[in-house]
Structures are given as C-alpha cells and as structure tokens.
Design a protein around this ligand. Sequence first.
Ligand code: JFZ
Length: 429
Amino acid sequence: MAHNQEWLDRQERTRWFLQDRFGMFIHWGLYAIPARGEWVRNVERTTVEDYQAYFDEFDPVDYDPRAWARAAKQAGMKYAVLTAKHHDGFCLFDSKLTDYKSTKTKAGRDLVAEFLEAFRAEGLKVGLYYSLIDWHHEDYPAYGDAHHPMRDNEAYKRDPSTFDRYLDYMHGQVRELLTNYGKLDLMWFDFSYDEMQGEKWRASELIRMMRTLQPHIVIDNRLEAGGEGGGSIYTKEPLAYAGDFASPEQIIPPTGVTDADGQPIPWEACVTLNNNWGYVASDTNYKTPTLVIRKLIECVSKNGNLLLNVGPDARGRIPRQSLDILAEVGDWMALNGDSIYGCGQAELPKPDWGRYTQKGNKLYAHVFEESVGAINLAGLAGRIKRARLLADGSELPVSRPWNAALFEADAFFNFARPEHYTYPLPDAR
Ligand code: JFZ
C-alpha cells in the first residue's frame, strides 16, 4: 500500500528538523523554587495552597533569554523547546484563559514571548512544550493517582463531559500560542497514557486547527504516545495526530526508529544533562562533554536528533555546570559540526572503534577508542579518494598494509590515536 498524505507531508515538514539534528530542551517553571524536580507536586503530594506559595514567590530577576540563546547557539544547537506549560499547569505565557501565568506573578512578563524573540534573534528555530496533563485545571480528571494526585475522580465519574471544559481550555491555549507568537517551528505535547490518548484529547480536531494556523509546524507524537513511543507514527498510514517524529525519552534506540517496512522515520531522543529535567541544585550527576558528544554522534548515526535538556534555576539562570558542558560541546561542534548537520546513518555497518555518520559521498569516522596500530577501514578498499582530519583539514595517510590479506579488512589509516576523520567516497550514493 502506498504512503498516505500524512506520511508524505511529514517528509516535507521535517526537512529542517533532520538537517539540524541538535536542539536545546528547557524545563522551567515554578518547580525551580523547591528545586526537587518538575514532578515535585505529584511526588510530595503538595497541596494547592502549598504550591501557591511558589506562584507568589516566583520572581526570575536574572531571566535573560538572550544569554540562553547564545549558550545554545555556541553549543551548536539549532533549535530550542521551552516548557510553555508543564504538568503543574503554570503558564509561562500571557494566556487570556487563565490567571495561572507568569504575567500575574512578580515576574510580570510574558516569558514565552521573550524566549521566542531571543532565540529567533540568534537564528535558532523555536518550539514550545505544552503539557496535555494539567494538575491545576479543575476539570482535568484524576485518571490514575500518578497523573493527578490532588483531586479524586468523582466529578469526572459523575459527568465525563466536564473533561470537555478542560479540552476547550487546552485547545484554546494552543490556539493562543499558534496565533499570538509568530511562526513556531515545533510543538512538543506531553503526554498520553492509558485511555488518555488520541481522540480523548480531541486530537484530530486539535491538529486540524494547528495545521490551519501553522501548516509547517513540526509536532511530536505524544498526542498518541507516552515516553516509551508507540502509535501509528510507525505505519505507512499514520493517523492525523500521529505526529512528525518519535520522542524516545532518556534512551537512544538501539537501531534507530523505523516504520513497519524498515523505512527510517524522524526521531528525537530527549535527554537530561544530569538526572532531572527541572532544576535540582543537589543533582550534580552531570554527563561529561565527551559522553554528550558521543551520544549526539550516536543519534545521528541512527538517523536521529538529540534534544538536550537544561533546567534553569528560579532566578532564571542555566546552571553553571550545564553551561560549561555546553561550551565544551560547542568547541567540538565548531570544528566538527559538518559531521552532524544534515548527516545520517552511513551505508557501512558500525565499526569496532566508534561510529560513522554520512552525508552524500562524505563518510565521517568518529573514532571513540584508542587503537593499537592502524585503524581498520573494512569495506572501503579502493573507495577512498581522500582522507582528512575534519577539525583542521590535514591529510591522513590511508594504505593497504602488507598483512591485509590476513584479515577480512582491506584498508587502514596509518595514524596513531586519531580523533575524527572525513574521507569522501567516489560516487557513493
Ligand atoms: C515527561 C514528563 O513527565 C517529564 O516531566 C518531562 O517533561 C519529560 C520530557 O516528559 O516524562 C514522561 C513522559 C511519559 C512517560 C514517562 C515520563 N511514560 O509514558 O512513561
């Protein structure tokens, strides 16, 4: 069966997304004050009154989204996604549909508007995260304790149509975001679970509205899926609300993400820098810059993107350690970004010593492991026109050594402890 229109449109919409490969996720909200993660209200069963204290206190005097945007750009990131509303229901934008918003706090500012302006000014694409789950809205049903701890199911059980009031609110806020803030490149909904999925969100209607307002907006798959994936995005006949990309969370899929026929579909791994999305001062379990770089390479080598998270503190500052890691990643990207942007899975299998990425007839060899002797380039004999160190353009000697016949391998780098190489293949497709 042929691909349906939804599948074909996805190809068109996601062109920039597949090119850009690397983005910044920003989890920021009232939960930065208790600083025990964005699920704090759920985990600690915080009452509405106790959580209100954070609303009353919120005053991000150091919020400077231009500084965030410069950090993202310097890291080599090409797009960014900010939590316009997380599960706690607090809106970082000036919604007409609620007073539970940043403009009613001491901040007195539309934080989303300023974020969008700052990131666009740095030439980055912009996206917004919008939580489907809402622990604040009185008509959001307590479907399972985990997802709405502070209210019981009684109202919803008596009259399920009360949920429609929430859906009107949710659809209305999405309309506001897509109407009042200029062109948005991406929308990141979060998330579906149990029976709260697809048409429970009136998802087809929502998508129709979004495609009318902003036809090119790229949308994640969580109107249908939870963090584990799932849904019709994997079929050739995806539903209208299937989304444009899969969103594996805190994991890089072992063999990338493909549809039922093995055709690659766009995906983006979202990953934290430490162990939390929201700001947690005591969480210093940061990934090293080397690990971040290697995981970005791994995503690209499997046709995927990396959306790397930062959790700014209540004053509005991205943690120093996060900035330091981003700066080091950026130093690498400045020299080696050609092996990331617009690249994807190579035609060769993964080598022993690292990973390949490929763009046209350029193969990028990312060497993760120190070698004993020359580096094995199995499968490339006679196909290498030139080999260069990507970071400085210097030539690399490639040879067929005397003992090549002993191995299945057929070409080698005669170079000790290299870092990253590029070598164009003649007429590779
Ligand atoms: C969700 C959020 O709950 C979390 O706070 C964060 O924003 C992350 C990016 O997305 O995390 C999830 C979503 C779905 C599942 C688990 C965590 N799930 O379906 O099991």
